[in-house]
Design a protein around this ligand. Structure first.
Ligand code: F0G
Length: 469
């Protein structure tokens, strides 16, 4: 355990601190979220980020190979001997062919951070490596989460691969709602052997319940309200910087669900800047699905701001009550981000403030079309991830992002996570819920073509299709 690391309330007016091992996820004084904080003066931080590149030379060492732990000096809460890794974070910053995306952005200025390449197929592994490290340090055998799918897949994988220091196997427990869960993700939780509970309720209800169960059952909660998760997710930004030769882009564009990534990215840049490791902080765009757009509604329509840690809880509570009274639930084809009550909301407000960020929302129709476009660049992703490109297009068209900006979109999960959504789209089935009437249906549908088992007919179709493209 690192004596220079501790838990700290995110509200500057409170800033109560707690021991790193305190079994809490909220400030014991004011109830706000907690950060993992560091007394950097007592730590040895590299003088320059290029220090981390040297770890590529020693990648046969698992913690130098890990895309999370090779940055361990800037998430220094645990000693190297305690770090849990399964080889997460071998992800790439890809430069897609912008012509295939028909995007009004200067060629070469768009990158996709392809987090679908993680061992469980989503960015969650970055956070789980860190949270499992802490679970093991704390000797917690039962680990659990509520999930729209990817957190549970990642948790189930790490739980099966990790043992406590005395050799006891860990027990993964996942709560999934009765709403949508993509089969790719559900299959992982089942296959990795997690105890999987399907609760009669949506994600928001599941998260509330598992927090209660965690208190009662000595279960270590692995949702992103666990601040150690976010320490791991900071490294997504470190890898983006590394791939850009440590020069920050102008914009980071990320889908927003429970707002763990948005929170972690802001914390990463606030710290790097304070440590003098970067001179400029990129801007942040968080993209909600329009059927799950709490952040968009609160920030753009109700004026909610970080306000130096004095954010207005009444605005959040008012919106929550209105939704409850109207019986409104989150609903989007991007099931991963079908969340109405994001647990990291205040941290995301802090990131928006520090990164001069903005929020927007995009329709299900736009998400599915952009997902198909991304597929055509050869980089598959699941619907929620495509919200980033849908948001970027919207922000470029309305002038909020300039056409010569350098932009990184985060592709959070692999295409194989939700093959049903892909097949439905391409086979021209109606997405759920229906598209806006103004939006064309399945613009990029790639329907299979039925052909008789006849060579002439087959060749004719291939030639016709080549001309049609
Ligand atoms: N993209 C994917 C593929 C996700 O699985 C999630 C969240 C997000 C984006 C949103 O990220 O919560 O950091 O804003 N999935 C969670 C889960 C909620 O349970 O798997 P966030």
């Amino acid at each position: 355990m690192n004596a220079a690391a501790f838990l700290r309330c995110i509200r500057p007016a409170c800033h109560a601190t707690f021991d790193l091992t305190a079994p809490i996820f909220a400030c014991g004084r004011c109830g706000s979220l907690l950060d993992v904080a560091y007394d950097w003066d007592r730590l040895s931080v590299p003088a320059s980020l290029s220090f981390f590149q040297e770890r590529h030379a020693t990648r046969n060492e698992p913690i130098d190979f890990s895309g999370v732990w090779r940055f361990r000096e800037i998430l220094p809460f645990a000693p190297p001997s305690d770090l849990v890794t399964v080889g997460e974070g071998q992800t790439l910053l890809q430069a897609p062919d912008i012509r295939r995306l028909d995007l009004p952005l200067k060629p070469g200025h768009l990158h996709f951070q392809y987090e679908g390449l993680n061992p469980s197929g989503s960015f969650k592994d970055n956070g789980m490596a860190a949270a499992f490290t802490m679970a093991r340090i704390l000797g917690r055998r039962r680990v659990g989460c509520a999930s729209t799918g990817n957190t549970s897949a990642s948790l189930a994988m790490y739980a099966s691969l990790t043992q406590l220091n005395d050799g006891t196997p860990m027990r993964g427990i996942v709560f999934i709602g009765s709403g949508k869960i993509a089969h790719g993700k559900l299959s992982q939780a089942l296959d990795f052997g997690a105890l999987t509970l399907q609760i009669d309720g949506d994600f928001d209800a599941c998260l509330k319940r598992i927090r209660e169960a965690a208190d009662r059952l000595n279960l270590y909660l692995m949702n992103s309200v666990n601040p150690f998760r976010l320490e791991g997710q900071k490294t997504i930004m470190y890898r983006v910087l590394e791939n850009l030769d440590w020069g920050p882009p102008d914009w980071i564009v990320v889908p927003g669900g429970n707002l763990g990534n948005a929170s972690a990215f802001g914390k990463a840049f606030i710290e790097l800047h304070a440590l003098g490791l970067i001179r400029r902080i990129p801007r942040l765009a968080v993209i909600n699905a329009s059927g799950a757009n709490t952040l968009h509604e609160l920030v753009n329509n109700r004026g909610l701001r970080w306000s130096n840690g004095a954010w207005d809880d009444a605005i959040i509570a008012g919106h929550r009550n209105e939704r409850a009274t109207a019986g409104l639930r989150a609903q989007t084809v991007a099931s991963a981000i079908e969340i109405a009550d994001p647990v990291n909301l205040p941290k995301a407000l802090r990131s928006l403030d520090a990164m001069n960020g903005l929020v927007t929302d995009v329709t299900d129709g736009a998400i599915l079309d952009e997902k198909a476009r991304i597929g055509r660049t050869g980089l598959g992703c699941e619907p929620a991830s495509a919200a980033s490109l849908a948001g970027l297009r919207k922000l470029l068209v309305n002038g909020q992002i300039a056409n010569d900006a350098r932009v990184v979109c985060i592709l959070t999960g692999h295409a194989l996570k939700d093959p049903d959504a892909t097949v439905r789209y391409h086979m021209n089935a109606e997405p759920s819920p229906p598209r806006e009437s103004s939006a064309p249906r399945a613009q990029f549908a790639n329907n299979p073509i039925r052909v008789a088992d006849d060579l002439d007919a087959i060749c004719r179709v291939i030639e016709q299709q080549d001309i049609a493209r």
